[in-house]
Design a protein around this ligand. Sequence first.
Ligand code: 4DW
Ligand code: GAR
Length: 237
Amino acid sequence: MGKRENDSKRGRNGSEAQLKLAVLISGSGTNLQALIDACAEPDYPARISLVISNKDDAAGLARAEQADIRTQVIRHTDFASRSAFDQALSEALAAADIDLICLAGFMRVLGAPFVDHWQDRLINIHPALLPAFKGLHTHKRALEAGVRIAGCTVHYVRADVDVGPIIAQAAVSVLPEDTEASLAKRVLKQEHRLYPMAVALIAQGQVAVVDGRVRIAGAESGATEAALINPLPSPTK
Ligand code: 4DW
Ligand code: GAR
C-alpha cells in the first residue's frame, strides 16, 4: 500500500489506524504464528482480521483459533474451476474489509483477475533469495548449487508465481555440514523475523512500488536496513 492511501487511514486524532490483515494458509502456519505474535505487541501497526485456509486440516487454523482470530476454510476442491475458487476467496476478503493479504505457505496459484484486483495489497514469503530458486525444494536446490548465502524474500504477488517487487530479504550463511532440513530450519527462523518486519513497513506507509520496484520511504533514516536482515558473522542454528 502506498503512503497516500495509508494516510487516509489516520484517525481524527491523527493516530494511525491498524492495517487489517488476512493471512492465507495451507499448512502448519508457523509464519502465521510469527504474525500473530507480532500483532500481540501493543505498538504493532497491523492486526489479523481473518485467516483463510484452502484445507480443513491445516494446522495453522488451530493457531488462529487459539489467538481468537476468525477463521474460514474455503476448499479449492469445492469449486468447479480455479476462477470460481478465486472469486469466493476475493468475496470473503472484501467482506472482511481487508487491507493487506499475506500468503503464508498458501499453496494454490491465484489467477490474474484475483492478483490484479488485489495488486499491491497481496504479499508472499518465499524461502529463497529471489529471483534465485523460484518454485519448490528451494533449500535442496540451493545446496546442490553450492551457494554460500541462502535466505528468504517477502514480495508483492504478481500473476506469474514467485515474481513481483521485492519488499524485504533476509540472508543466512550456508554451512558445510548443512542438510536440506538444517538449512530450512535456519531460513525459517529468519522468515519469522522478516515477515512481521515487512508487514510493519507496509502498515507504516513506508513501502511504495515505483516502476515495478519497491522503494522504502525514509531510507536516509535507516529504513532501508529495516528491509534487510544480514547473515551473522558466526551463524546461529
Ligand atoms: C506458490 C507457487 C506455486 C504453487 C504454490 C505456491 C508460491 C506462492 C503463491 C501462491 N499462490 C500464488 C503464488 C504466487 O507467487 N503467485 C500467484 N499465486 N499468482 C503451485 O504450483 N501450487 C499448485 C498446487 C499445490 C497444492 O495444492 O499442493 C497449484 O496447482 O496451484
Ligand atoms: C514457508 O517456509 C514459506 O516460505 C514457504 O512455505 C513454508 C510455510 O510454512 N512458502 C513457499 O514455499 C511458497 N512458495 P508455514 O506454514 O509454517 O508458515
